[in-house]
Design a protein around this ligand. Structure first.
Ligand SMILES: Cc1cc2nc3c(=O)[nH]c(=O)nc-3n(C[C@H](O)[C@H](O)[C@H](O)COP(=O)(O)OP(=O)(O)OC[C@H]3O[C@@H](n4cnc5c(N)ncnc54)[C@H](O)[C@@H]3O)c2cc1C
Ligand code: FES
Length: 510
């Protein structure tokens, strides 16, 4: 196995390497605009691009740095092959809507290509076929059903017997003419364009509330407001619920990725296993050299306590399958899944007409964000979109959503209760350097991390979003919440929302 260095030696995804990122000021006065966009990921930026192109006056804010959320850590396959989905969609929402889902995501690929062509963007956009592969007989049957769904919906795809790797497969399902790109090289020119179109952009500016009404005001943590006509909530997990009960209708799932230089020639294509553990493959180039991105090892956020094992599992698999020459990048991130697996895009709830949301992309946000940007722009500028009903967050398809809702809520409830009374995972005195764990301090559950200088960092592990108990993430050295995916640094500061406040302090009593 290649040398397996600790995370701080390469915490960044490959996308950030060698890319000059812009910085923006913090917002220090009230703003008056047509549209306030909250969130500077691919969703917020693409929406800002379309709205400013159509003459809207826009302010976009981000709690941290722009394109450093899930978008900065994605795998960036651009495809309508969203794992196994079409057979399930036909069962639950019928053929007409399942076809709309495929159509909207296929149009999204064309939309991205059009933006690239119009703006002459050099982002390594490349058409590739996308493959789902099965390594067991049971999943081969699932692929067969998915293929039947492809035929019913007129999707350009085929069943094949093999894929060009040393992986024994039962079958694979190919969707033709999909794509991949470098997500930051795609978005940086769009950010420039958005600026040129007159949008105001701010970083380190956290939205904490919306004062609703015909002229809503987005309230930021430092007290300044954005006065506007429309609010677009593109903050990944919605920072404002708008009575949409998002906390009960989505869960966060983490995955891991490594970028390797391989001993073998990559045969082309993008691959995803349908069996567990998940494995995802594509290539990219950096400094004119080819790297293979290997992804997988997904688990619900806050559930994969020994996360370093996930990187090791990917590395072992890559070594066996591809032969690893170098292993210079690795990273992890999370995305949100809705109860019926279809994103929530549109008005945040039936209660508010001028607040929109785009979330729940289930790790397929490259196309879903393009769908969202167009749908929301259409709603703001024309009042209608062909995809309103399919994606409306106000929908309640009860089957299988209701069952999943119960499961998700039971899980959340479990973390409220069992987290509080849960046993400490380790004694404080047994913590090694560079180790974190749940411990008992002053008779209560606390989170402890002992750094390389033997200095202890203690936090109250209770999440400041809705009170679930966070768990230690040894891979990223963060405290992760299993309920809605908030993440906190070793000193308790928020790394990722929906939590807005840091974890509480814990002091050792003498
Ligand atoms: C491991 C992994 C691999 C993936 N691979 C693929 C892939 O191959 N293809 C694909 O299509 N999709 C993929 N995805 C999914 C895709 O990356 C995401 O769906 C997409 O990047 C989400 O973009 P976003 O703009 O909605 O969110 P983000 O990129 O997370 O942006 C949200 C922004 O909002 C900001 N924010 C949050 N709260 C506030 C607040 N209160 N105030 C102000 N700002 C706030 C955050 O700082 C952040 O910058 C993958 C996801 C994962 C987890
Ligand atoms: S309770 Fe919601 S993210 Fe922690």
């Amino acid at each position: 196995m290649p040398n397996n260095p600790l995370i701080p030696q390469f915490p960044e995804p490959i996308w950030r390497a060698g890319v000059g990122l812009p910085t923006f000021e913090t917002m220090t006065e009230d703003q008056n605009v047509d549209v306030a966009i909250i969130g500077g990921g691919i969703t917020g930026i693409t929406t800002a691009y379309l709205l400013t192109q159509s003459g809207q006056n826009v302010a976009l804010i981000d709690a941290g740095s722009i394109i450093n959320g899930t978008t900065g850590h994605t795998t960036a396959k651009i495809t309508a092959q969203h794992d196994l989905i079409y057979d399930e969609l036909i069962q639950h929402i019928g053929e007409v809507r399942a076809k709309q889902y495929y159509q909207s995501n296929t149009e999204a690929i064309q939309f991205i290509q059009k933006i690239i062509n119009e703006n002459n963007i050099d982002c390594n956009f490349k058409n590739e076929d996308a493959y789902l592969y099965a390594t067991t007989k049971a999943s081969k049957q699932k692929l067969q059903k998915e293929y039947d769904a492809y035929r019913k919906l007129g999707i350009d795809g085929d069943m094949v017997d093999q894929i060009p790797f040393d992986i024994p497969v039962e079958a694979a399902l190919v969707m033709k003419n999909q794509a991949q790109f470098h997500p930051l090289r795609y978005l940086l020119p769009l950010i420039e364009k958005v600026k040129t179109n007159g949008a105001k952009m701010f970083e380190n500016t956290t939205a904490v509330d919306v004062e609703t009404g015909s002229k809503p005001k987005v309230v930021t943590r430092n007290g300044f407001k954005i006065n506007c006509n429309h609010v677009v909530v593109a903050s990944h997990f919605p920072f404002f619920e708008g009575r949409g009960f998002y906390f009960a209708r989505m869960y966060a799932d983490r995955s891991y990725a490594i970028a390797i230089k391989s001993e073998k020639q990559y045969p082309g294509g993008m691959y995803l296993s349908v069996d567990q553990p998940k494995r995802s493959l594509r290539t990219t180039t950096f400094n004119d050299e080819e790297y293979i991105l290997v992804g997988g090892e997904n688990h619900k956020t806050g559930h994969g306590v020994n996360t370093i094992k996930h990187y090791e599992a990917l590395e072992d698999w890559a070594q066996t399958t591809l032969g690893v020459r170098e292993y210079p990048f690795r990273w992890s991130t999370q995305d949100l899944t809705t109860i019926d697996k279809i994103p929530y895009i549109g008005k945040i709830s039936s209660k508010y007409d001028n607040i929109y949301v785009a979330t729940g992309f289930k790790k397929w946000g490259m196309t879903s964000s393009a769908v969202a940007a167009q749908l929301i722009t259409d709603l703001i500028t024309k009042g209608l979109s062909p995809y309103t009903d399919l994606y409306t967050p106000s929908r309640f398809y009860t089957d299988p959503g209701l069952k999943n809702l119960v499961v998700q809520n039971a899980d959340v409830a479990g973390h409220f209760v069992s987290g509080k009374v849960g046993l400490a995972h380790k004694k404080l005195k047994d913590l090694a350097k560079d180790e974190g764990a749940v411990v008992k301090v002053n008779g209560k559950r606390a989170g402890a991390y002992r750094d390389e200088n033997d200095c202890l960092h203690l936090v109250d592990t209770t999440c400041t979003h809705m009170g679930c108990e966070t768990e230690w993430n040894s891979g990223d050295r963060t405290w992760d919440c299993p309920c809605h995916g908030s993440r906190f640094a070793i000193d308790g500061t928020v790394v990722e929302g929906p939590a807005e406040k840091p974890l509480g302090n814990v002091q050792l009593e003498d």
